[in-house]
Design a protein around this ligand. Sequence first.
Ligand SMILES: CC(=O)N[C@@H]([C@@H](O)[C@H](O)[C@H](O)CO)[C@@H](O)CC(=O)C(=O)O
Length: 304
Amino acid sequence: MTKLEKYKGIIPAFYACYDENGNISGERVQELAKFYLDKGVKGLYVGGSSGECIYQNVTERKEVLENVMAAVGGKMTIIAHVAAPSTRDSVELAKHAESLGVDALAAIPPIYFGLPEFAIRDYWTAMMNASSLDFIIYNIPQTTGYALSVNMLKEMMSFDQVIGVKNSSMPVQDIYLFKRNAGKEIVVFNGPDEQFVAGRIMGADAGIGGTYGVMPELFLAANQAIEDSEIEKAQEIQIMIDDIIFKMLEAKGNLYDVMKAVLVKRGITIGSVRAPLPRITSEDMSIVEEVYGMIELAIKKYSL
Ligand SMILES: CC(=O)N[C@@H]([C@@H](O)[C@H](O)[C@H](O)CO)[C@@H](O)CC(=O)C(=O)O
């Protein structure tokens, strides 16, 4: 088994778990982490977009990771997204993550100001230098405004710690582009859940996604179908997944709040989203019901 094997598979992007007052709930974090452990996913991606990291302070982000590690540390692969607006906070989070024994760090590029590539490199290397952990570049141009270039990829790949890219850019060809130009074996994680199967076919080794958490069974089944070269089955499951995602996106409230409401129906309560993310409305509840039904039906169809 190569050292990259532990990253290959289905890795839900962990949701922010709050109590009824909107504070981090360690108890709920642990409950959600154990739910995913029971489902058999490969690992968890903690503190990313789905973790609402942008709206949490450093202390809160540490508390989330501490509770994930307390619940499932050592039992599954844990990737800690540690990027924060300042390099200083990101470095602090990187050191903290290493002290807890996570497997890898991940980071988006710096946000808000459009910075030159040398500054982005310095931001990432500061986090790497603060630990000895594997490091994953998080490419998500649609939210950060920076699209990973091949030159930057090559420069970053010269660091031994850099083992992969979580790629959330929309062109599926980027997956191959990054693998082709990395100059070494890397793991590419598919980001857009709507094209997970396409991403795997184009060479993604794994997937990290925000909607996995509400229907992990379906992504596990799609991944298994790919592994078994059952492409038609994989496509069929992907289409069901997309119908579910498109339905959730019809809601007025934020996608994460829709998924949190669906999780309640699946027996897991993790609170709502933090403002400015809009909460679901009473009219959105029919979408929640419908989505829950669609997930149940798909699970039944494939006896998952
Ligand atoms: C732009 C965006 O948020 N992309 C999501 C997707 O999982 C996305 O929610 C999904 O494809 C639905 O559109 C992930 O790539 C983000 C993610 O995994 C994370 O950091 O939480």
